[in-house]
Design a protein around this ligand. Structure first.
Ligand SMILES: [Zn+2]
Length: 399
C-alpha cells in the first residue's frame, strides 16, 4: 500500500495541538504536534532546568578562558538506512541530496557535512523505533560507527509517525553509541510527508545534536533556550503560519530551524545559536571535527583541519580507559616531539579538578592515572595541551 495513504489514515485520528505548554524535563511534553501535517515533529527531550544551567555555565567558562571563538569544522556522516524489507528503501541520490540540504542549512555556521558511509539493514522491528526504547538501543549498538568521530544518521519510519529526534551533546561520553540523529525517511528531500519533504527535519535534529534546544523549551517562562537572541514564545510556531511573521529576519522563531515551522518556513539559525553550537562541540564533542573521511579510530587534533601544522598532526589523544570509571582510569596520549605537555581535569562548570601533568615530555606514548579520590560522581572534561595545540575528551566517574 502507498505509505502516504497509511500515514494519512493515521493522521485522521490525531487532532493537532494548537498551543503547546512545555514542561521541564518531561520528554513527552517536548513533542508537540505539527499543525500542518499532524505528525510528531520532534522527539528530542527537553533539557532539565538543572542541565540547562550546567551547560550554560560550562560554555560560559569556556568562552571566558579563550581569546578566539571556535569556528566549527567538517563532520563525517555515517548513514544507516533501516527498511522493513519493502518500505524505507531510499536511494543513494536522496541521501546525497539530504547531505546537500544539511550543508545549505548550516552554511553560515562553520559546520560542513561529508557523506562517509551508507549501510542498509532490513529489520521490521528496528524500522519502527521510538526515542528511548530498547529497540533504539539495540539498533544503535549494532549499527553505530565510531560515534565519537562521526555523526550517525539513522533513516527509518519511527513509531507514532514521529519525524525525528537527536541526542544532545552533553548527555554522555563521546563514544556512546546512542549519540546520533534519527529521521523519518519520508522527510528526506523529495520525501512523501507533506510539508516536511525538503530535508529540513534533519537540519533541525542536527541542530539538537550540536547542542541547540528548541527555540521555546520553557513556554513563555525564562530561561528560554539558553541562547540570548532566539525568541522564546508561549507556544510553538506550528506549521506554516505567516500571520506570526514579523518583518525582521532573525526575530521570529517560525523561521528558525529550531522552531516547529514546516520545511518551507524554516530558513535560519541565529548568530547566538551558531555560537552555542561551536562552543558545545568544542566542550562536549571535540572529536567530531577533523576526523579522517574513512579511517576510523585515529584521533587527530581538530586544528589539523585549519592549519597544516606538523606539530599537531601526530598528537593522539585516546582519552580515558575505562570510561566510565569507579576508582581509577588511565588517560593515554602520544606526542611527536619532546615538548611542554599539560593534562588537566575540569568539572563541567569549568573548575580545575586536577592537574595530572605539567611538564616537558619526550616524544612517544604516555599515560596518566586519574584517581577518583574525593571527586563527586559526574562528567569531567580532560584537557590535553601540547605546545599550542589543545584537545579535550570527556570522562564519567560513577561511584
Ligand atoms: Zn526538536
Amino acid at each position: 500500500m502507498n505509505p502516504r495513504l497509511l500515514l494519512s489514515a493515521a493522521l485522521l485520528a490525531l487532532s493537532p495541538v494548537a498551543g503547546w505548554t512545555g514542561g521541564l524535563g518531561d520528554p513527552s511534553a517536548a513533542s508537540p504536534t505539527a499543525g500542518g501535517a499532524g505528525v510528531e515533529r520532534c522527539g528530542t527531550s527537553s533539557p532539565t532546568a538543572a542541565d540547562a544551567v550546567h551547560v550554560a555555565a560550562a560554555l560560559g567558562r569556556w568562552r571566558q578562558e579563550r581569546n578566539e571563538a571556535p569556528t566549527g569544522g567538517t563532520i563525517q556522516v555515517a548513514v544507516h538506512v533501516i527498511t522493513d524489507g519493502v518500505e524505507g528503501r531510499v536511494t543513494d541520490r536522496q541521501i546525497e541530496d539530504q547531505i546537500r540540504v544539511l550543508n545549505q542549512g548550516f552554511s553560515a555556521t562553520g559546520f560542513r557535512f561529508e557523506l562517509a558511509t551508507i549501510d542498509r539493514t532490513d529489520d521490521p522491528i528496528w524500522f519502527r523505533i521510538s526515542p528511548g526504547s530498547i529497540k533504539e538501543k539495540r539498533a544503535k549498538q549494532a549499527l553505530a560507527i565510531d560515534p565519537a568521530h562521526r555523526l550517525n544518521l539513522y533513516l527509518c519510519a519511527p513509531a507514532h509517525d514521529q519525524l525525528g529526534w537527536a541526542t544532545l551533546p552533553y548527555v554522555s561520553t563521546e563514544e556512546d553509541p546512542m549519540h546520533g540523529v534519527v529521521v523519518h525517511y519520508g522527510t528526506l528531500p523529495g520525501g512523501f510527508i507533506s510539508g516536511f519533504d525538503r530535508g529540513r527535519t534533519a537540519v533541525h535534529e542536527v541542530g539538537h545534536y550540536l547542542g541547540l534546544f528548541h527555540a521555546f523549551p520553557f513556554g513563555s517562562k525564562a530561561p528560554g533556550d539558553g541562547v540570548e537572541d532566539a525568541r522564546s514564545e508561549a507556544s510553538a510556531a506550528l506549521g506554516r503560519s505567516t500571520g506570526r511573521n514579523r518583518p525582521d529576519p532573525g526575530e521570529d522563531p517560525i523561521r528558525n530551524y529550531m522552531g516547529y515551522g514546516d520545511d518551507a518556513s524554516v530558513t535560519e539559525f541565529t548568530a547566538g545559536q551558531v555560537a552555542r553550537m561551536t562552543e558545545a562541540v568544542a566542550v562536549y564533542r571535540p572529536s567530531l571535527l577533523g576526523a579522517a573521511p574513512r579511517a576510523a579510530g585515529r584521533e587527530v587534533a581538530p586544528e589539523d583541519a585549519a592549519s597544516p601544522n606538523d606539530q599537531t598532526k601526530a598528537i593522539e589523544f585516546r582519552g580515558a580507559f575505562p570510561n566510565p570509571f569507579h576508582s581509577e582510569t588511565a588517560i593515554r596520549f602520544s606526542v611527536p616531539h619532546s615538548q611542554r605537555v599539560a593534562l588537566r581535569v575540569y568539572t563541567l562548570t569549568g573548575q580545575l579538578a586536577r592537574t595530572l601533568i605539567d611538564a616537558h615530555l619526550p616524544a612517544g606514548s604516555h599515560s596518566a592515572l586519574l584517581s577518583s579520590g574525593d571527586l563527586p560522581s559526574g562528567m569531567y572534561v580532560l584537557v590535553l595541551r601540547v605546545g599550542q595545540a589543545q584537545m579535550t575528551r570527556s570522562v564519567i566517574l560513577v561511584r
